[in-house]
Design a protein around this ligand. Sequence first.
Ligand SMILES: [Zn+2]
Length: 495
Amino acid sequence: MRRSGEPEPADLDRCREEEELKADIIFRNAEIIDGTGGPRRKGDVAVTGDRITAIGDLPEMAGGREEDCSGLAVAPGFIDPHVHNDLAVFTHPDMASVVSQGVTTIINGNCGFSLAPLTAPDPVPQPLRMLFGLNAPRFSSFRAYSDRLRAEPPAVNAGCLIGHGTLRVNEVADLERAADARELRAMSRALDEALDQGGIGLSTGPFYAPARASSTDELTQMARVAQRHGKLYVTHMRDEGDRVVEALEETLEIGRVSCCGVHISHHKCAGVSNFGVSAHTLGMIDAARMTQDVGLDTTPWTASSTILNSGRHRQAQRVIVAESEPFPEHAGRDLAEVAAEWGVDLDEAVERLLPATGIFFIMDEQDVQRILRYEHTMICSDGIAGGTHPHPRVWGTFPRVLGHYARDVRLFSIEEGVRRMTSLTADRFGLKERGRLRAGHFADIVVFNPATIRERATYDAPVQAAEGIASVYVNGTAVWKDGEVTGSRPGHVLP
Ligand SMILES: [Zn+2]
């Protein structure tokens, strides 16, 4: 018996159909690039709430707002698997340098250094201090960090790796030696707990002083913990210069022994004497992939950037001072010029400028292109938001790949470029319902012009938003529009 006023089943069906014909936003007449690498097709994309609800020809559907995307591509928001914005998500929550490139998801905590859990007293050693400042908030557990992020979300989605270097600084009494059995147990326990609390994987950086003395065995023990959680061992390898082949062998061995998937961060072959070596390292990766889980990412530039006293200035053709605490006026100047002015050699100039970061012209264009072209390579920026004279990768990485390397140099199609910044990365890091335009997935969306997209950031003028990015949406909310951040902060903590 139906009470009066209750809808007839036929009415319910009609209401549901009408509901299905409505959306919050419809992107009309777009070139849909879905993130899989397949060819673009013309159509519409409908979004309601934080989800994509329909894709295709949707003339019957009405949007609360409609965006005419004629001549524009609509693609999944880009995913940057390698940034150092653990702190910047709080200090620069609009993430202008990130969203202006079309990036909607970032992975922090790279190169062995995560902001959480950090229990060691200040002053913490470099590069932690450069990355996270002296007065940065401290989080003794990963949960405390992600709770804060949930309470104060940034514009983008953020996942975070747990840094072995950070755990080492917390637990190892003497950083000049490998961890002893007790310290190894403490680090394993801390990693286990942080991964339980949502850490997206393990990162290591035996290249950097706090972790340089760690043995292969120590790193393997840490990888075992990550493997038990089904998560990755992500590494800034011990060496990316004269001993890059040995460092890659070590990484692959760690993966084999621990049965953990390994991921090589910002793969490069640094130093003039190592130009061309990428043909060999990619061959090694290809061979290893037959029997173990190996992935990699890279940046589309011939210059790298890290702490000024990394030793890289001795291998580089040119060095730019990015930041210097005691000499901020030298940011953006050539190290050689500063040294000449002071009448000292490069080593002495580096010492005087510390703490400082630099930009090192250290790679061969052919290696950069070879690594980019390799079908398993993801795109990363390795950037840190903020800073007055950063590496141009901070503002320009993703548009540079789609504009310069895909459209102009033709290393691959724009669709393939998008795949390397979306589905490939989402699958690798276990980011569910992101990285593809698909009904039911989160509405992380970038609208861009494939004919004009390009980076504006240069080594001389690095703080410049890219050209050709029309609008960017995170979980259905606009974060970048008309060349500006919108001020919305709809980012989720991932996974
Ligand atoms: Zn690194």
